[in-house]
Every structure is written in structure tokens, then in C-alpha cells.
Design a protein around this ligand. Structure first.
Ligand code: ATP
Length: 517
């Protein structure tokens, strides 16, 4: 299936099964803003728990906070967001469509990369077992030409972004003859900077009101509380502060469902360390965060590291963890070594000392920071895009059928088990309710008595429920039930008293965390 169709299909599935709705849909929606439905919120809460437990519960030296979305406006002057949290935008005069100028150039570069990949595939077919990819990449004239094109454009782009040279960015678009994907024309406006922060007013009367911002990242709430937490928690370096919360960005282009939203959630952790030890901690967090992702079992090949071409002026190392979404490899999480930039800036702008007294050396200094910053919604999208599958199943009469199965990692599944009476009479519904009343303290359960049992199984497969438990007449006689596994579709007759253990074995968060720690 074409990537576009696959993506459309998962968006439709997310809506049909109560995972994600367009915000204010009855008013035709609000662009790049989404609401999570009845199952979406459960999945989201489970992802948060997985992250929070891995960060806070598993580390004695990491604590959490929940800072306000509104912050003193000076925060954003100190962090550099008022002056530099910009994206270069460009409009096509014919289609009236707006683009991020750097994205247009990056996509153009991707075309050369695609040509290289195609040549490699051709070479592999032509030379078979004797194909030496490394040598081919180093010697094939077509590939070398395309590679040098990529290097040239990339080099110009990085330089232009670093120098904030908007004319040069436009010139690259002109020189590369980049056309608008909608109108096909090369009729572009100049490139302008666009600040991504949303503004609002604090105070009820216009004269006394002051301009404040909806936070564009959660990190600053951690930095301004560094000293509060360090002192009240008697924290010793190295230690971390974690936070999950909303962030807001007025994104120029927001067309990729929950990948790029204007209101989204971040899960961030700032790890404060002694200057000089940051490289070691950076490597530690880089590896540990990748392990956290891979433990979910969404296929290891879908993840890769990407080193930043252009480091922010305060950073001394930065890697992204990228995931292969239906529209290609894109950033999922950033791991950044931010030096003492943030704390020093807040120290300067607030006039308050934000230092650490090291009892061993007797010295005071501003700690360095290693940050891990992951998008909750993007993590949700990794699960949606990797786990939603169409599977061919053989029917008893030999025909085949397609079942839609959402293989969510069981520990994150919104509903852990569905309890289904075979028929709506003879005391079976009552028995089903009895079982739920016992299991609901441990697991999110769902009762369903509508439609045939086969259809009910399919509905639970599409929601992603790891287990279905069926109550039949035999249950009333001997307290046994049938338990059906979502992935294998195998059914087993077991005692009701065994259910808690069987389900827990599959869905426990502890098991998931033990893959990492
Ligand atoms: P991008 O380059 O994709 O715009 P970024 O580098 O600006 O992302 P960061 O500022 O490092 O992103 O934010 C950390 C994480 O927050 C990202 O890795 C991503 O998962 C998430 N994130 C950032 N912007 C958005 C958004 N508009 N919608 C959803 N998630 C986002």
C-alpha cells in the first residue's frame, strides 16, 4: 500500500475506534489541534506511566515536578525564545501555501538521497552476491554526483541557518529550482522569520495587562525550579528533574496529524551534572533512551540516531532518536548536552544565584545539563503506525479474510481484557459482571454482549485488547472460561481463578521495565 494511503488509513482507524478526534470537529475542526478519545486517553496515560516510571521510579536521583504553563515573561528572554525561537517561512504566491523554507530544502535533498538508494538497489540486483555496497557507494559516478550535490546544498543551508541569512536561504530555493508541491510554480515570496510562541494577556484590564506566552517547551519550568528542588529535596549532583506537560507552538506547517501539532505534550528530563562529566552522561542517556524505545518491541530497525548538523550555540552535543513514520524517518526525541547555558541565563536575568555547592571540593558552580526531550504525541504515533496491521486469516471453509489488529504493546493497551458472555441470557451476563468486578481492581476491563462472538473478537482486535475472556454455559458448571490471545488468536480453557496471573504476566508494566533495568 502506498505510504500516503497507509497514513490515511491509520488516521481513519484512530477516529473510528475512539483514539483521536479532530478538535472542535462539529465546527469543522481547528488546524493541527487534536482531542484524544476514550481509548486514546488510556493509551496516552499508559505511555506517560511507562516514561515516568522509567525516569522517576527507577532512579533514586530523579524527581518529578509539575510546573505551570504560564511563566514570568522574562523567562523567555533569558532562554532566548523571544529573539530566536523562529522558523524561516516562505509563501508560494500562486498556491498561497506557506512552507518552512528549510523543510523545502531538506525535502529537495531527500530526492537526491532517494536517487542514491535507487542506484544501490539496481547495483544489488545487477551484481547479486558479489555486490560490494561500500565500494559501489564510493565509486559509482552517478552516486558521487548526487552525493556531492547533497553536500553542497546541505553545506549552504547549515551556513545560512547559522548566520540567519534569509536571503541566502531564498537563493538556495531559487538555485535548486524548487517548485511548490501544490501549484508547481517557483513564484516565491522572500523568506521571513516567524516566531513560534503564542502570546496572551495576563490581567483583566487592557492598560494593566502584561504580555505572557504559552510555554513552547516544558524545560524552562524545570530550570527556574532547579534551586527549589535541589534545596528542598537535598539533591546531590548528578540528579535529574522530570516533567510531563503541555507545550504550544504556532507551527508554520502542521499537516502530519499528531506528528506536528500546535498544542502537544512533552516528557522532558533535565539531568544536572558536574561540568566536565557531561559527555559521559550524554552517552549514558543516549543509550538508555534508545533502550526504552526498543523495549516496546516495535521493530529495532525503525529507530536510528541522527546527529545534529547544526548545534545550537549553547549545546556541545545533540542527537535525535528518529523513528520511521509512514512519511519517513523523523525526530521522535532529542538528547542534548546544553552546558550551563540555561541556568546561567536565568541567573543573569533574575539576579538570583543558581549554583551548586559541592561539599567534596568546597566549590560553588553552575551545573551542566543533559536533557532528554520526547514528544508524547509522537510516541503515540509510533505505536499507531507500527502496530496497526491488516492480517490475512484463513476461515474454516478455506476462504481467507482480513482482520485488522492493533498490536499495541500489552502494557500500554487501553483495555487489558474484554469479558464477553456468549449469549445475553441464562445467567451468563451476570457471571461476566462478577468476573469484571473482581478483575477491575487490577486491569482496565470492558464488558461487551452485542453481536456475535466473532464480531466482538474483531472489535477488540481493532481496539488492541490483548485478551478476550468468553463466558459460556460450561462456566456456570465448572468456573472455567475461554481466554483468547489477540496476537495468536489461540484460545485456551482456564480456571477463573487463574485469570489474574495470566493477564498480569502479559500486561505488566514491571515486565516491560525489566527489559531495561
Ligand atoms: P522538529 O524539528 O520536528 O520541529 P524540534 O527539534 O523543534 O522538532 P524539540 O524542541 O527538540 O523539537 O522538542 C522535543 C520533542 O518534542 C521533539 O522531539 C518532538 O517529539 C516533540 N515536538 C516538538 N514539536 C512538536 C509538535 N509541534 N508537535 C508534536 N510534538 C512536537
Amino acid at each position: 500500500m502506498a505510504q500516503d494511503d497507509q497514513f490515511k488509513k491509520l488516521i481513519a482507524h484512530a477516529k473510528e475506534y475512539g483514539y483521536i478526534f479532530q478538535s472542535s470537529e462539529i465546527y469543522d475542526g481547528l488546524s493541527a489541534v487534536y482531542d484524544y478519545g476514550q481509548y486514546g486517553v488510556e493509551l496516552k496515560n499508559n505511555i506517560k506511566k511507562y516514561w515516568w516510571d522509567a525516569m522517576v521510579k527507577m532512579h533514586e536521583n530523579i524527581v518529578g515536578i509539575d510546573a505551570a504553563i504560564f511563566m514570568h515573561p522574562e523567562t523567555w528572554n533569558a532562554s532566548g525564545h523571544t529573539s530566536a525561537f523562529n522558523d524561516p517561512l516562505i509563501d508560494n504566491k500562486d498556491s498561497k501555501k506557506r512552507y518552512r523554507a528549510d523543510d523545502l530544502i531538506e525535502e529537495h535533498i531527500q530526492k537526491y538521497q532517494a536517487k542514491i538508494n535507487k542506484d544501490v538497489d539496481k547495483g544489488r540486483k545487477k551484481f547479486g552476491d558479489s555486490f560490494d555496497e561500500k565500494q559501489f557507494l564510493e565509486t559509482n559516478p552517478n552516486i558521487l554526483r548526487n552525493k556531492s550535490k547533497i553536500d553542497e546544498i546541505q553545506g549552504r543551508l547549515v551556513k545560512a541557518l547559522e548566520a540567519d541569512d534569509l536571503n541566502e536561504i531564498k537563493q538556495i530555493i531559487v538555485d535548486c529550482e524548487i517548485a511548490c508541491p501544490v501549484s508547481g510554480s517557483k513564484n516565491w515570496t522572500d523568506v521571513r522569520q516567524f516566531n513560534l510562541m503564542f502570546e496572551t494577556q495576563l490581567g483583566s484590564v487592557a492598560e494593566g495587562a502584561s504580555k505572557i506566552y504559552l510555554r513552547p517547551e516544558t524545560a524552562q519550568g524545570i530550570f527556574v525550579n532547579y534551586l527549589n528542588v535541589q534545596k528542598t529535596g537535598r539533591m546531590k549532583l548528578p540528579f535529574g528533574i522530570a516533567q510531563i506537560g503541555k507545550a504550544f507552538r504556532n507551527e508554520i506547517v502542521a499537516r502530519q496529524f499528531i506528528f506536528r501539532m500546535r498544542e502537544f505534550e512533552q516528557m522532558e528530563m533535565q539531568f544536572f551534572v558536574k561540568p566536565g562529566t557531561e559527555k559521559e552522561w550524554f552517552n549514558h542517556w543516549k543509550e538508555l533512551r534508545m533502550k526504552w524505545h526498543k523495549a516496546l518491541g516495535l521493530t529495532d530497525e525503525k529507530y536510528r540516531f541522527h546527529e545534529h548538523d547544526k548545534l545550537a550555540h549553547y549545546a556541545n552535543a545533540a542527537f535525535d532518536i528518529e523513528f520511521e513514520f509512514p512519511f519517513g524517518f523523523k525526530e521522535l526525541e532529542g538528547i542534548h548536552s546544553r552546558t550551563d547555558f540555561d541556568l546561567s541565563q536565568h541567573q543573569k536575568f533574575s539576579g538570583k544565584k543558581l549554583q551548586y555547592f559541592d561539599p567534596e571540593s568546597g566549590e560553588s558552580f553552575v551545573p551542566y545539563v543533559v536533557e532528554t526531550s520526547i514528544g508524547l504525541d509522537r510516541t503515540f504515533l509510533t505505536i499507531l503506525s507500527a502496530c496497526l496491521q491488516d492480517e490475512e486469516v484463513k476461515k474454516e471453509n478455506g476462504d481467507s479474510d482480513i482482520r485488522v489488529v492493533f498490536r499495541i504493546p500489552p502494557a500500554l493497551a487501553p483495555i487489558k481484557l474484554a469479558v464477553l458472555p456468549l449469549v445475553k441470557k441464562d445467567g451468563l451476563p451476570e457471571k461476566a459482571r462478577e468476573i469484571i468486578d473482581e478483575l477491575k481492581f487490577d486491569f482496565t476491563c470492558q464488558y461487551d454482549e452485542k453481536d456475535s462472538i466473532g464480531r466482538r473478537y474483531r472489535r477488540q482486535d481493532a481496539i488492541g485488547t490483548p485478551y478476550c475472556v468468553t463466558i459460556d454455559h460450561k462456566t456456570l458448571e465448572d468456573n472455567t472460561v475461554t481466554i483468547r490471545d489477540r496476537d495468536s488468536m489461540e484460545q485456551e480453557r482456564v480456571q477463573i481463578s487463574e485469570l489474574t496471573k495470566i493477564v498480569d504476566d502479559k500486561v505488566s508494566m514491571k515486565k516491560l521495565l525489566k527489559k531495561i533495568f
